[in-house]
Design a protein around this ligand. Sequence first.
Ligand code: C2O
Ligand code: CU
Ligand code: CU
Length: 465
Amino acid sequence: MPIPPLLDSTDERPIELTMGRGQVELLPGIMTPTTGFNGPNLGPTVRVRDGQNIPITYRNTLSEAVAIHGHGLHVPGELDGGPQRAIEPDSSWSFELPIRQQASTSWYHPHTHHKTGPQTFKGLAGMIIIDDENSDALPLPKTYGVDDIPVIIQDRKFDDQGRLDYSIEDVEDGMLGDTITANGIANATHRVPAGLVRLRLLNGANARYFRFHFSDNREFLKIATDGGFLEEPVPIRELVMSPGERNEVVVDFSDGNPAMLVSGPRAQAVNDERRRDEGERDRRRNREPGGLGDMFEVLQFTVDPGFPAIRESLPRQLNSINRPTAQRNWPVRRFDLFMRDNRRRGVLGAFQNNIEMSMGINRQSMDMRVINEQVRLGERERWIINSFDGSHPFHVHGCSFLVVSQNERPVAAEDAGWKDTVRVDDSAELIVRFDHKATDEFPYMYHCHILEHEDRGMMGQFTVS
Ligand code: C2O
Ligand code: CU
Ligand code: CU
């Protein structure tokens, strides 16, 4: 598995990310045309620190406009990189990026109006690591690429000549590929030290959900969600991740045994889920979301006893999170996610095939001319998300939020940290607060992170003032 090169700007040195075309061996022995940042596929890992201001330039050498968004960053709307910030071919966007948030793993990817799905699928994505004093002090594995390993997991589909094939069989499912890649390659293997290994997992797939576990069913520890460390490590044996989510986990390889990171059904879990679903309110679709039922080998780990290894146990406390209880006088906003099959209603006619479905939030499809919500700076709100048609990862720009309840249950310990993307099978209640402004000209977005749903309108815009 390739480790993306590190663009270390923890000393505030300027960062340049140039989008361009390339070719890469995604499948063994076959060259596939791709796009990437500073290279043929994906992009470097950008490393920054809380409190800094990083001069950054995005340069576009492609033949179409691309907007690049920093997913998970708490920056004002004008620096957020939404669709209003499309960078035209042969031009660039330079600005100073203020980092004002705790240690966490974020990422950057396209956010171009109607084109986020295909542009991300072609290879435009990279990781962002934020450090702070807490992450410096914690005794965790932190040697990049050795025991602190970025893992961008995606799925891809190829035509018979090995070219990437962005054809969608079912818009409700979104773009599902049959080949899983880790940091851009299929059948990835990686050598790790015989000790604790930290994985920064990013579900960078367009639409696929993963249920990660290890082939030997070993226990591992979840230490961070999208926006920062959990208060304490949570032992788990499996981890469901919807598109856009990041989780940091620590796996103990001190037994020296190899292990395969796999995704797919674990009998127990699937049965539990079925049982839970039985008798629940009438749902249009009862199948597993986003191909979660498919079984994949993701990444084979082997242990190299020659690598320097960390063996001590993890600290009990990683973070302190102030979890307010929701107050009655907080503003409440509701977001109802919908998908409607127009073919059934006979309105398909003249439209192209991507209008087979209409998708949106609160009865509206994304319209760049419409500001859907206006939020007040620095005030807590309760956001209630409902899905009536299938499962959707709901993402909010410009903040990290806390999940109060998810799918009619109180939030699980392993998700009780800062997040910006939450899997909504039925419903979720969030506590949000925005500490930066977003104007009418450069509003923030909230949307489904299944990129084919986002591109088809399951998105809205809001200002913060
Ligand atoms: Cu990762 Cu609005 O997106
Ligand atoms: Cu985002
Ligand atoms: Cu969706």
